[in-house]
Write a protein of this length. Structure first.
Ligand SMILES: Cc1cc2nc3c(=O)[nH]c(=O)nc-3n(C[C@H](O)[C@H](O)[C@H](O)COP(=O)(O)OP(=O)(O)OC[C@H]3O[C@@H](n4cnc5c(N)ncnc54)[C@H](O)[C@@H]3O)c2cc1C
Length: 415
């Protein structure tokens, strides 16, 4: 991999995928320029309200390898259980996985802060804030527009677009090759954050879920400060909900007494990304820029971290940037397609399935079979959050196990 030593790489976007990829590339000897259109590092890792991310074993393994696993664990709350709030006011506790399997709940700003300070320690990374990518070509020419009003065009050996769901780099790629079809598809599902904390009844290291089909609310524990609550509303293609609509859903669930509109964050629509190609010559997109999915399995950031690992492995195995980027897509696309399908389906689980009596019966049977067959009969969530098995394998195993559960339930009814 000597060809990477001293290579000049620009990474566009200092989010989770951009930071983790820059650190890995710098450690392999590349000279990295990491740019973000946001004004300064504190805007990325500041104290502004920021909803939580949950990290399972996939994301944690990458953070351990980077050397910040311990720091992230210290900033996070480890949740072994979730609490399901029914419409009749009762509440059921459910373990996430087996024995000590749980998820880390961490403020996005805290995770970005850890990654950012690691990047700042790498002498091979030049960080630049307030720099927006305005063009990029397959042979490495990148245009930047800077906050001080200046414009710059510079040439790089490789261009990595880690610029999120509304990626400009993905757009530049489609302009270069009109055969590349890409879109950030609106899902009709909206979300908003509630800024006030929950009462003492929701304290402790628990995730709380209020399934209220076609909506649900979910809250994540924090080490300090208020609990983070997110409201998701499926409008099924109808008009965008207003703040009054979001308040109605939250009040009906009994969340955050005395809530007013000022307690709500922006209302945003979830978008998913489809792109017929992730690379063009020496230009590639990663993370949400390549494959944004709905967040119902809490895997987007985990997958963005894993992307940096898969990309670096592809680079190590290739002889040049173009073939490395093609290899990255070949390995990763089927995986991310499977994760996207599973995440889409999981909305029904969170908004209703978790408390639906028929689904509960299946869950209990699955739990029993899982004890009898260690290693299999995991729920979709369990398989993606607590195993390193491929996303595609997790999807296939789940479908086969569902068919088996169907057969057992039919046999039970016919007896
Ligand atoms: C409501 C919600 C809840 C979620 N919960 C979870 C969860 O619990 N667990 C989980 O694993 N994932 C979760 N996710 C998904 C996760 O947030 C994303 O998958 C992850 O942030 C993707 O990281 P990224 O670095 O690829 O992109 P981003 O985090 O979007 O970062 C992109 C960066 O690029 C910069 N940028 C954009 N355009 C340009 C440009 N032209 N020039 C320069 N810079 C640019 C931006 O300023 C930004 O800093 C959730 C997502 C949502 C919406």
């Amino acid at each position: 991999m000597s060809w990477v030593q001293g290579a000049r790489v620009i990474v566009i976007g200092a989010g989770i995928s951009g930071l983790s990829t820059s650190i890995r590339l710098a450690r392999c000897g590349a000279v990295v320029r990491l740019v973000d259109m946001r004004g300064d590092p504190s805007a990325i890792a500041g104290n502004h309200p920021s909803f939580n991310l949950t990290l399972g074993v996939r994301g944690m393994r990458v953070l351990e390898a980077l050397g910040i696993g311990g720091a992230v664990r210290r900033s996070a709350v480890f949740a072994l259980e979730r609490c399901l709030h029914r419409t009749d006011g009762t509440c059921e506790h459910e373990r996430y996985g087996r024995a000590d399997e749980g998820i880390y709940s961490i403020r996005r700003s805290a995770l970005l802060g850890e990654l950012l300070s690691l990047a700042q320690q790498e002498s091979n990374i030049e960080l630049q804030f307030g720099a927006r990518a305005t063009s990029a070509s397959a042979d490495g020419l990148v245009g930047l527009s800077c906050a001080d009003g200046s414009n710059e065009t510079a040439e790089f050996d490789a261009v990595i677009g880690a610029d999120g769901v509304n990626s400009s780099v993905r757009g530049f790629m489609s302009q270069l090759a009109p055969s590349v079809l890409s879109s950030a598809r609106p899902t009709g599902i909206y979300y908003s954050e509630i800024y006030v904390g929950l009462g003492a009844e929701c304290a402790g290291p628990l995730v709380h879920i209020w399934p209220r089909s076609p909506s649900f609310l979910i809250s994540f524990p924090n080490r300090s400060g208020p609990t983070t609550v997110l409201v998701f509303i499926d409008r099924k293609g109808a008009q965008r909900p207003s703040k009054a609509d979001v308040l109605r859903v939250a009040r009906a669930a009994g969340v955050g007494s005395g809530l007013v509109e000022a307690d709500l964050g922006q209302i945003a629509q979830l978008r998913t990304v489809q792109s017929s190609s992730w690379s063009s010559g020496r230009l590639v997109v990663i993370g949400d820029a390549a494959h944004a999915i709905v967040p119902f399995l809490g895997q987007g950031a985990n997958a963005a971290l894993e992307d940096s690992e898969v990309l670096l492995k592809a680079i190590k195995e290739a002889a040049d940037w173009t073939s490395a980027f093609e290899r990255f897509e070949l390995v990763r696309r089927t995986e991310m397609d499977a994760l996207g399908r599973m995440a889409d389906r999981h909305f029904d689980e969170l908004s209703g399935g978790l408390v639906d009596p028929d689904r509960r019966q299946r869950t209990r049977l699955r739990a029993k079979l899982s004890v009898d067959n260690p290693g299999s009969f995991r729920s979709t969530y369990n398989a993606v959050a607590f195993t390193h098995s491929s996303y595609l394998a997790a999807e296939q195993a789940y479908q086969e196990e569902e068919a088996q559960i169907d057969r057992l339930l039919t046999q039970g009814r016919n007896r």
